[in-house]
Design a protein around this ligand. Structure first.
Ligand SMILES: Nc1nc2c(c(=O)[nH]1)N[C@H]1C(S)=C(S)[C@@H](COP(=O)(O)O)O[C@H]1N2
Ligand SMILES: [Mo]
Length: 251
């Protein structure tokens, strides 16, 4: 056999072994509930491998926290705040009419005002927000752990995802329960010692420091607890996966 032919066969065999390895891993992942919502299509097996590996390695690892002198000044804001009249009216009245509604697989669906959310136990943390476009900043965030609010509304045992929606309807996303209940996942109300500026998602944004910035949805108005995201949008679990990014954006 010529050396070049041998090389060609070896390459083909490696590719095959790689492909079937991924397929086996994907089957195992399915068996143990480790398929992410976007674990379909051409990139599906890759997304599944990342997600399954992260989940098996420990879902409770904490994102790094920093000290106050490491806070980035000034922080960088992404995108434009909502421009419509309704948002401007809410802002003009100090967001007293802003509500977060939680429904779905919960025993006690509820809506919360900003004042109510502020009356709950708060957690502060100085973490890194990394945009998928390559820039990042460190800021101090304060807010209610999402787990606290989910316990208040009484999440049902079959629940697997928390879907969350922004006032900007183009933006919605979801987390699995490991990330939703993660101690650093907070409904953030404060940033760098003040209220969250509108540019950064005020009056209410989710902060998910274990994930890339796009999971930290700004202007959060609504959450739905569910056992499947297949029936929402294109069934990939969020707006960003529909635009080609990973649903599981863990870092
Ligand atoms: N509603 C809403 N949420 C959003 C965005 C947005 O434009 N609108 N941008 C996302 C992206 S891509 C990133 S990187 C972060 C940026 O947060 P920042 O504005 O505090 O920098 O918010 C995320 N959440
Ligand atoms: Mo981003």
């Amino acid at each position: 056999m010529s050396p070049s032919r041998r090389k060609w066969i070896a390459r083909g065999a490696t590719a095959l072994a790689g492909a079937s390895g991924v397929a086996v891993a994907a089957r195992l992942a399915d068996k143990y509930g480790l398929i992410p919502p976007d674990g379909v299509g051409v990139w599906g097996p890759g997304e599944t491998l990342t997600y399954a590996a992260q989940r098996l390695l420990g879902a409770n690892a904490l994102a790094r926290e920093f000290t106050r002198d490491q806070i980035t000044k000034p922080p960088r804001a992404n995108g434009r705040p909502p421009q419509d009249e309704e948002f401007k009216r809410l802002e003009a009245s100090g967001f007293t009419d802003w509500r977060l509604a939680i429904s779905g697989m919960v025993d006690r669906p509820a809506t919360f005002s900003i004042a109510e959310l502020k009356s709950f136990p708060q957690r502060g943390q100085i973490t890194h927000l990394a945009c998928e476009e390559g820039w990042s900043y460190i800021a101090e965030w304060a807010g209610v752990p999402l787990s606290h609010v989910l316990n208040l509304v009484g999440m049902q045992p079959r629940a697997r995802f928390v879907v969350y929606y922004s006032f900007q309807t183009r933006w919605w996303d979801s987390l699995d329960m490991a990330d939703a209940l993660h101690p650093q996942t907070i409904l953030a109300l404060g940033m760098n010692g003040a209220e969250i500026p509108v540019a950064h998602g005020g009056p209410l944004r989710l902060r998910v420091p274990r994930h890339l910035g796009y999971k930290s949805l700004k202007y959060v108005t609504r959450m739905v607890v569910t056992d499947t995201v297949k029936n929402l949008g294109k069934g990939l679990g969020g707006a960003t996966p529909e635009r080609g990014y990973a649903w599981y954006a863990g870092i």
